[in-house]
Design a protein around this ligand. Structure first.
Ligand code: ZN
Ligand code: ZN
Length: 360
């Protein structure tokens, strides 16, 4: 008998019995996105490597060590898509979407590819859905984007998620802050782990992500970007918060929330499980006002999110779900359950009032 062949390490098959859950979640997502005025975008599963190198950033973990990069027969360097924002920005530029009515609102549901270590429990191919809104720098749009994800979680009954919010500043205020942080890290170098000593030079903001006890203690005393925002960024952040409050969405300020891409400016956010803790980000995103320009387009602000679990085939993670009509958590409601105001969980996000701002 010939040797048996298995699926590549870190991948999974999706069998017929798993399809209804996926279809149901995608259907709910598509419905919420449509209500907010988002149109579906599909792009190739691979792109020129330089799109991610420039867009996501040479110094990020993704570009340095997680990409599936190969040379095609024509000798061009290609990469399997590791994230959705750079390809969406590329399509925005390529199709002249800056001439469309702004903001241009796009959504996707795509497989993503990252060369993860199998021990981390992360998959090398996983699915994400996300939205990207290009062409407006209004902080109201940031709050709306967060509201779309909150509405979706509410809609599919994802329970006990809490929203963390931060600002990454802009190209006016961040460089000064990074210089300040770098000087601080240089002073405390002896107390940092090997990875953080490397991050201190390469990408100092990532030192906030370190899980090593000693590093965390040092970072408690580090200067915080949120305290060094320029007046325009501070005002932007204040308006985002005001509009979250207007939508009744609870959030926790978290100055350590830097996320892994270089393109983020101003707002960053993440929904985490209140039960599973900080390693459990299920969805998040932020603003990327310089990205389109970085990849060769006209200066165009943008904001978006992605949702997807790198550790769980459902794509929404092993999250507590509100029981649907008394059935088990792995069964779908025959009709999606939607709760009215005032019946929710304390830490959960709340949807905007029915018939509220929904886009066209
Ligand atoms: Zn700024
Ligand atoms: Zn460290």
């Amino acid at each position: 008998m010939a040797e048996k062949i298995s699926a590549p390490k870190g991948t999974y098959d999706i069998l017929p019995r798993d399809q209804p859950v996926r279809l149901w979640v995608e259907g709910r997502a598509a419905d919420v996105f449509r209500r907010y005025g988002y149109g579906r975008l599909d792009t190739p599963m691979f792109e020129e490597t330089r799109l991610f190198a420039r867009g996501v950033g040479e110094s990020t973990d993704i570009v340095r060590k997680e990409m599936y990069t190969f040379q095609d027969m024509g000798g061009r360097s290609m990469t399997l898509r590791p994230e959705g924002t750079a390809p969406a920005a590329r399509a925005y530029v390529e199709h002249g979407m800056h001439t469309w009515p702004q903001p241009v609102k796009l959504w996707y549901h795509w497989p993503m590819f990252r060369y993860e270590s199998p021990q981390s429990g992360r998959y090398r191919q996983h699915w994400q859905f996300g939205i990207e809104a290009f062409g407006s720098d209004s902080p109201v749009l940031d709050a709306e984007v967060i509201g779309v994800l909150a509405t979706l979680y509410d809609d599919i009954g994802l329970a006990q998620v809490e929203l963390r919010l931060n600002s990454m500043g802009c190209r006016e205020c961040r460089p000064d802050y990074v210089a300040r942080l770098r000087a601080f890290l240089e002073d405390r170098k002896g107390e940092l782990c090997k990875d953080c000593r490397e991050r201190a030079t390469l990408n100092p903001l990532r030192t906030f992500d370190c899980k090593v006890e000693g590093c965390r203690a040092v970072m408690e005393q580090a200067p915080r970007l949120i305290d060094w925002l320029c007046p325009a960024c501070a005002e932007h952040h204040a308006v985002v918060q005001r509009h979250l409050e207007l939508q009744g969405i609870a959030y926790l300020p978290d100055h350590r929330l830097v996320r892994g891409m270089d393109y983020y400016t101003r707002t960053t956010f993440e929904f985490q499980s209140a039960v599973l803790g900080a390693q459990s980000g299920v969805g998040g995103g932020g603003r990327y006002d310089d990205l389109v320009e970085t990849i060769g387009g006209p200066p165009t602000p943008g904001v978006g999110f992605r949702n997807g679990s790198r550790t769980h085939p459902s794509g929404i993670g092993a999250f507590p779900r509100r029981p649907a009509h008394g059935r088990g958590t792995d069964r779908l409601p025959s009709r999606p359950h939607r709760r009215g105001p005032g019946t929710g969980l304390p830490a959960g996000p709340r949807a905007p009032p029915a018939g509220g701002r929904g886009g066209a």
